[in-house]
Structure formats: structure tokens, C-alpha cells
Write a protein that binds this ligand. Structure first.
Ligand code: NDP
Length: 242
């Protein structure tokens, strides 16, 4: 029953995550949204949607354990996990600092462990779970200037394939969505001429909308999507056909 299901969206207060949280709320799920540090955006999101927000760093295991415990106590046992929080710290590899490498791996890949491990035993004991991971076109094809991000986002896909096999017998599906360029603040902050160059490489001829990613999450979260597991749904306007 969707009404009784609880969903956690990491990085759920802005951009794609906010669209996912709102989409799941509209479908009748009880939603909790995590964020990292932007209190102003989180408070505005909470005021607009009524969705409770929980601040913890998805790269920090102890913080995630505590945050997830709090969400499960206040909202309910988590049935649907959307691991969406992510960052970029771009740069040519031969000039990249180890700090930039580690920051991206921590937030985009360690978070697969830190946000999933504390709640998967609960899902296994209830024989139901939907784990949905947000990767990227650049994890599929690789992107110059993003060795750290491409490595992390490719790692997400490998993680999903392994965990899907481990979890299938317990009613838990694990799937990935790999978005192309989506019109969030991050992409709209890119200079217009560069953005137009990017758009010229997208066969559909435009950026994606966050709601287009949210619709795929809603599909994967559904009760009757139990036969879909270990898959990667590519949503990129035809920019890269894996
Ligand atoms: P935004 O920068 O718009 O939002 C990121 C969200 O993640 C915010 O809520 C932010 O919280 C949160 N976040 C960042 N770091 C942490 C952290 N350490 N702990 C907890 N929360 C954190 O990103 P997008 O919406 O653009 O991207 C969402 C996901 O989609 C990411 O995984 C990204 O890699 C992926 N993606 C995006 C694409 C795009 O074109 N936009 C394309 C392909 C993939 P706070 O507000 O507190 O900073």
C-alpha cells in the first residue's frame, strides 16, 4: 500500500532530489528528505511541501546511522531509499588534488554504503524494499575533467548489480537511474554559451527536467515493479545510448 510506505530521499531538498520527494509525496508515500548543509533551501522546501527534513552528511557513516535511526523513529521504517545526494569537484586528473578525489568518492559512492547499510536489515526482515540509486551519464560513458565523478557514478552501477542479486530473495529491488543533463541549479549555473554547446549534443534538443527523473523513481518504487531489479534506466535525451 503506497500510503503506508515510507521513502527517504537523500539530497532531497533541492534539484532532482526535491522533484523526487515531491513526486513520491504526490503518490501517497510518507517522505523524509535528507540534506547536507544548506539550511535555507531545506527550510524553504519543508515550508513548501510539509516534508520533514533531516540534516546529515551522507559521507559520514556514524551520522547516517544516527540520522536514519531518527527518521525511522519519527516517520517510520524505511521501505524506499533513493540515494540521490551527490556533488562534483571537477578538474583535469593530472592536476586533481586527493581532497577533490576523496570528496566526490565519499559523497557519491561511500554514500551507497552509509545510507543503505543501516536500513537494509529492516527491509530484509519485512520482505520488501525499493533501493533506487542516482548515477549519471558520465558514469556510463566517462567524462573528461570528471575522473572522480565518473569513477564514483560507475561504481554505483556495480554496487546495484551486486546488491540486486543479494537482495532479490527478500523482496528488495535495487535499480539505478542514469540521468543526462538536467536543468537544476548546478547545470543552469554553467555559462549560457557552454550550456548551449551541451544542448547541441543532446539529440532531443533540450535539457531534461527533474520531474522526468522523478517519474522513473515513482515507477521503480511501485509495489508492482518487483520484477525490475539490477537495471539501469538511462534518461538522457539520447545523448549516450548505453
Ligand atoms: P543539487 O546540487 O541541485 O542538489 C544536491 C542535493 O544533495 C542537495 O539537497 C544537497 O544538500 C545534497 N547533498 C550534497 N552533498 C551532501 C552530503 N554530503 N550529505 C547530504 N546531502 C548532500 O544536485 P542535482 O539535483 O543536480 O543532482 C542530484 C543527483 O543527480 C546527484 O547525485 C547528481 O550527481 C545526479 N545527476 C545530476 C545531473 C544534473 O544534470 N543535474 C545529471 C546526472 C546526475 P544541500 O542543499 O544541503 O547542499
Amino acid at each position: 500500500m503506497a500510503q503506508e510506505r515510507v521513502a527517504l530521499v537523500t539530497g532531497g531538498t533541492r534539484g532532482i532530489g526535491a522533484a523526487i520527494a515531491k513526486g513520491l509525496q504526490a503518490k501517497g508515500y510518507k517522505v523524509a528528505a535528507n540534506y547536507g548543509g544548506n539550511d535555507e533551501a531545506a527550510n524553504a522546501f519543508k515550508a513548501e511541501t510539509g516534508i520533514p527534513v533531516f540534516k546529515f552528511d551522507v559521507g559520514d557513516y556514524a551520522a547516517c546511522e544516527a540520522g536514519i535511526k531518527q527518521i525511522e523513529a519519527e516517520v517510520g521504517p524505511i521501505d524506499i531509499l533513493v540515494n540521490n545526494a551527490g556533488i562534483t569537484r571537477d578538474g583535469a586528473f593530472h592536476k586533481m588534488s586527493f581532497e577533490k578525489w576523496q570528496a566526490v568518492i565519499k559523497t557519491n559512492l561511500d554514500s551507497m554504503f552509509t545510507c543503505t547499510r543501516p536500513l537494509i536489515e529492516g527491509m530484509r526482515s519485512r520482505n520488501f524494499g525499493r533501493i533506487i540509486l542516482i548515477s549519471s551519464i558520465n558514469g556510463q560513458k566517462g567524462q573528461a575533467g570528471q575522473t572522480n565523478y565518473s569513477a564514483a557514478k560507475a561504481g554505483v552501477i556495480g554496487f546495484a548489480k551486486a546488491l540486486a542479486q543479494e537482495s532479490a530473495g527478500k523482496g528488495i529491488t535495487v535499480n539505478v537511474i542514469a540521468p543526462g543533463y538536467v536543468a537544476t541549479e548546478m547545470v543552469m549555473a554553467v555559462a549560457e554559451d557552454i550550456r548551449n554547446k551541451i544542448i547541441s549534443t543532446i539529440p532531443v534538443g533540450r535539457l531534461g527536467e527533474a520531474e522526468e527523473i522523478a517519474r522513473a523513481v515513482e515507477y521503480l518504487a511501485a509495489e508492482d515493479s518487483g520484477f525490475v531489479t539490477g537495471s539501469t534506466i538511462t534518461i538522457n535525451g539520447g545523448q549516450y545510448i548505453a
